[in-house]
Each structure stands twice: as C-alpha cells, then as structure tokens.
Design a protein around this ligand. Structure first.
Ligand SMILES: Nc1ncnc2c1ncn2[C@@H]1O[C@H](COP(=O)(O)OP(=O)(O)OP(=O)(O)O)[C@@H](O)[C@H]1O
Length: 576
C-alpha cells in the first residue's frame, strides 16, 4: 500500500488522514459496495467531529497544567468556616457567599477528582441490616446490557431458599466470576427474594436495566473448573427449547437443527448439558438435553413414529435395485421385482440423538471416501452416477455386482457381473460378504463389500447407490462414507422435467421402459419423505434433482470439497 502521508511526521493529523483514506484505499477495494461503504464511513460528519475533538484534547494534554493541590474543596470549606467568625468586610462576605454556592462546591469537587485522577465509581455502602451471617454475605454488582445473565435459579426443596442452579459457560455471570452454582440469592436490587418463586425473581431480573445489585450467601465452593472442554457432537435431531416442556429455563435453551455441530461445554448435569453452536461468536453456552435424557425421551415417543412408518406401504421402493441395475419393477404387477430380505420395511435405526465428531481432511495418498448415493426409485441416481463416470472415468468408478445366474453369451466374468454358484452365494450371504443382496427369478444378485474395496484400492472414488438401511454397515473407519441424498423436486417440477424421461429397466430386461406415471411421481415424493424422516440424520448432503445439470454440478462440487476440504466425521473413524 502506498504511504498514506500528505505531510510528514507529527504534522499528520488523524483528521487529515481520514480525508485522504478513501482515495488511497480505492485501488485496493474491488467491490463497488465496499468502496461506497468506506466512503460513507470515512466521510461521516460525526466521525470527523470526534476526531477533531480527539486532536484538540491531544494538544491540550501536551500543555496540561499540573494541579497545585487536589483538595481545593476542603480548603474552601475550611476557609469559609474561618472567615465566618471574622468581622465582615464586603469582600469577605462576598467570598464566603461565593464559596458556599453549590455550583462552586461541585466545581471544586470535580477539580479535586480530576486532580487525584480517582475516576472509579464509589460502591454503594453495605446495607446496615446484615446480621450474624454478615461475613458470609456478598454484595455483587453486575452491569446488565441486553445480554441475559446466563444463570438459572431454583427453589431449594428443604429450605425454600432461591439457589443459583446453573451458570451458563461463557455467559455474563460466568465471565464476571462472581456468582457460582449453589449461591443463595437473598436480594435483587434491594428486593428480598426469600419468599418469592423463581419465576418472580426472573421477572425482577428481566425488568432490571443497567446495574443490578445482588445480595448472596455464597454456597460451597465449586470444584476447580476443568479446562474448556473440546467435545464436539453432531446433532441428529431438531431441537427447539420453546417447545420443550421439560427444560428448566426456556430462555437458557439452545435451539439447533439436525446436522448442526455443537461444542459441549459442560456435562456436569446428567439431564441438561451446556453447549454452543460450533463457529458461533457468542461465548455463552445454552442448555441442551443430554444424550441419555434425549434417548430416554425418544424411547418413550418412538413407538408411535415406528408404527406410522411401518403402516405406510414401503414395498415399492424397498426393492433391490441400484448397483445391480436390473429392472425397477414388474411391468404387469407394477411391483418391485426384487425383494431384499431386510429392506421390506425400515429397520429401527439407532435412536438418533448426538454423535461425537471430529474434523477430518483426506491427506494426499489416502484412500478416497466412499461416495454413497441414496434416494427413492427413479429420482435419478443412476443418471447422476453415469454423468460423473463420463466426466472423469479415471477418477470415478462403480462396483461390479455378483450374481448366481449363468453367464450369457458375450458376457465376461468380472465385467458385467462376478458369476458365482448359488451355493457359494449362499455361503457368502451367511458370512456377511454382501452390503445388500436379493433374489430375482430364482437367481441371487448382490453387491459385496470386497467389490467396494477393489475400487478404492485402485485409488478411485467409488460411487455406490444403496438402500438407506445398509448405511449402518457402511459407516466405518474403513469406508468413511460421504452420504448424498438425492431428493425429487415438487410434483409440478417432476411433471415438467420428466416429461420425456423413461423409467429405465436394467441390463437383464433391456426392452422394458415406460414413461413415468402420476403414481410414480407421488410414490417418489412419499418415499423420499420417509427416507428423510428415518435416515435424514445420516445424510451429509441433500441434492434436489430438479434440473439435471444443476444437480450434477452441485454433486460434483460437493465431491471435490470432500477430497480437498475439512469435514466433520464420527470420532471413531479417526481412531482406527
Ligand atoms: N433431473 C432430471 N430431469 C429429467 N429427467 C431425469 C432427471 N434425472 C433423471 N432423469 C431421468 O429419469 C429416469 C430415471 O432415472 P434413473 O434411472 O437415473 O433413476 P434411478 O434413481 O437410478 O432409478 P432406479 O431406482 O430405477 O434405478 C431416466 O430416464 C433419467 O434420464
């Protein structure tokens, strides 16, 4: 940057510096918005006035006289008393009158304060009515701005006293270091609170502005605070304290959404943890239900949720397809042709509350993370996979499925399929070699874990589309799956965008293809909603496949970021 001087050395005043700043900064600011912001800021009249005042004070400070004495007030007082006894000349009477005037007294008092440079405020005198507990009572004065105090209170069941129940980490009370858990609140702003309910005390507090004076009896000293905890968890459910009847103080609660990363600041309380949203500048923690507590609540709520899901017909999209790329459905019955043993209905996923996470960035030379695409039938998973493969065949690859059917003319083992015997296939199923498998016309088809390993070992990105219930088997340190949920757009957009699209059948049923029906669209949307409800907490990225090119570009960009940027992953994936 060029020197900002128009003159040299001490001659440059701040005011002049301000005047030249906009033109000097101009070449370094690209955006027009930023330029006009800078102009407005540096041209602001009040800023110029302030700077002028600052400069004047600065000059004055250089020539400031030192005070002759710092007790002019008491000198004047003594003088007045002495002179009052004397025979009065006009001059003396006038002087006594002058020195007795309140304005002059105040002026001298201000003079003395300035001369002594004693600017600290005087604390209010201690109340006189302090009894035998005197030495254990603390008077605390906090200045409250708009920020809440960051403490919760409760009524002690036995004594009826109002006790500080919690201090929110990083909040105003915590930062002051003056109020502690267990302290008994006696008065707020001179109002006794012994006989009040916690809600009434909270009302008094919320109505107080500026300085608040607390009279407290300190509780037993808290354990020395541990260092700032560094546990991060990914929220697997949405939470809004305003809707939570159990939370002790709604205002102290922290709202979050599924997928948010939370830094847990305290787990001292078994039911209510304290946490901050990761990356949030606000240092104050908020209350969130603890993992254990939330799991218990979910366990109570769960039965209804599961029943609803199970009642909804899920057969259509439960069929085995995707990686095998066989046929989507039977043309005559319009039903899924492959019934995957486990996928007929959603299994009850682990109770989703929080998952401990840490940051992970793929190092050069590390294996790629497995890319898993999930979505309802017909949403476009294969289309997206196909486009990725075409865009960079050296970089992306897919698995080769296994089948027990016999090899056809022109097919080669390990190209279209790995052809194995029915007996071996059954043994492999027993040995959990398959991510998913199913039966069609008396033959088995399946995708093995080894087929994924084979792609990854060639240092390629493996693209896999599976039923969402298999995700639990893929979420391991070895695969570190990046799960992308491909979602259909609105039904109106499906009608528009899929006008010329065909429900494509697989390799084994080459001739069957038909246009999407209205029922297909409705089914796609309801299947998508159910998948999101049940497995949404496992999706790292959601892409709406409205315009295919837009969806593809979004996917490609996300996959590039997975390879180059830091992501949050379960902590267990980094401990292998
Ligand atoms: N965004 C889109 N706009 C228009 N047509 C699309 C779009 N995405 C996919 N299609 C078309 O929809 C049809 C179904 O897509 P695709 O076969 O990729 O779905 P799928 O999710 O793999 O389904 P399946 O579960 O049957 O394998 C294809 O004809 C495809 O070209």
């Amino acid at each position: 940057m060029p020197a900002l001087s128009t003159r040299t050395g001490s001659e440059i005043g701040l005011y002049e510096l301000l005047s030249v700043l906009p033109s000097q900064l101009q070449p370094h600011v690209e955006s027009a918005d930023d330029r006009s912001f800078l102009h407005a800021m540096f041209g602001e009249r009040s800023l110029h006035s302030l700077v002028k005042i600052h400069e004047k004070l600065q000059c004055y400070e250089d020539r400031a006289p030192t005070p002759v004495l710092d007790s002019a007030g008491s000198l004047a007082q003594n003088l007045t008393e002495e002179l009052q006894g004397r025979s009065a000349s006009n001059e003396i009477r006038e002087l006594v009158k002058l020195l007795s005037k309140p304005h002059v007294k105040s002026l001298l008092s201000v003079h003395d304060t300035v001369a002594r440079k004693s600017y600290d405020p005087e604390l209010p005198p201690l109340p006189d009515d302090i009894d035998d507990e005197e030495d254990s009572v603390k008077i605390i004065r906090l200045v409250k701005n708009k920020e809440p105090l960051g403490a919760t209170i409760k009524k002690d069941e036995c004594s009826g006293a109002i006790i500080v129940a919690r201090i929110m980490r990083g909040g105003a009370a915590d930062r002051s270091g003056l109020i502690h858990v267990g302290d008994e609140l006696k008065e707020v702003n001179g109002i006794p609170v012994d006989d009040k309910k916690p809600e009434e005390v909270i009302r008094i507090l919320s109505q107080s502005q500026g300085a608040i004076t607390f009279k407290v009896v300190p509780g037993i000293k808290e354990e020395a605070q541990s260092k700032e905890p560094k546990m991060f968890v990914k929220a697997l459910f949405d939470y809004n304290p305003a809707d939570d009847k159990a939370i002790p103080c709604k205002e102290a609660g922290l709202a979050f959404k599924k997928g948010d990363i939370l830094q847990v600041m305290s787990q001292d309380d078994a039911t209510w943890w304290q946490a901050k949203l990761e990356g949030d500048g606000n240092p104050r923690a908020g209350l969130i239900p603890s993992k254990h507590f939330q799991e218990r609540r979910f366990a109570v709520w769960k039965p209804t949720t599961v029943t609803t899901l199970q009642r909804t017909p899920s057969k259509r999209f439960s069929g085995l397809r995707r990686s095998f790329r066989l046929s989507r459905r039977d043309k005559k019955t319009n039903k899924s042709m492959y019934e995957c043993k486990r996928s007929d209905q959603y299994d009850t996923a682990d109770v989703p509350t929080y998952e401990e996470v840490t940051t992970y960035r793929r190092k050069h030379g590390d294996r790629h993370r497995l890319v898993v695409l999930v979505g309802p039938t017909g949403v476009g998973l294969n289309e997206l996979k196909r486009k990725l493969l075409i865009s960079d065949p050296q970089h992306f690859s897919v698995t080769i499925p296994h089948t027990s059917r016999s090899k056809k003319h022109l097919e080669s083992d390990g190209v279209e399929y790995h052809f194995i015997s029915k007996h071996l296939f059954e043994a492999d199923i027993q040995n959990s070699k398959f991510i998913e498998q199913g039966e069609y016309k008396g033959n088995y088809y399946g995708t093995s874990f080894d087929s994924v390993r084979s792609v990854l070992s060639k240092n390629k990105v493996c693209l896999l589309d599976v039923q969402p219930h298999t995700l639990r088997h893929l979420r391991t340190a070895e695969f570190k799956p990046y799960v992308v949920f491909v979602k259909p757009p609105s039904i109106e957009r499906l009608r528009e965008t899929r006008r010329n699209a065909k429900v494509i059948s697989g390799k084994d049923d080459k001739n069957s293809s038909k246009s999407f029906s209205e029922e297909d669209f409705q089914e796609m949307i309801s299947a998508s909603q159910m998948m999101e409800n049940q497995y949404g907490h496992l999706f790292e990225k959601v892409i709406v496949n409205d315009d295919l090119t837009v969806a593809f570009n979004e996917l490609k960009q996300a996959l590039r970021k997975v390879e180059t940027e830091t992501h949050w992953v379960p902590i267990s994936w980094t401990h292998s």
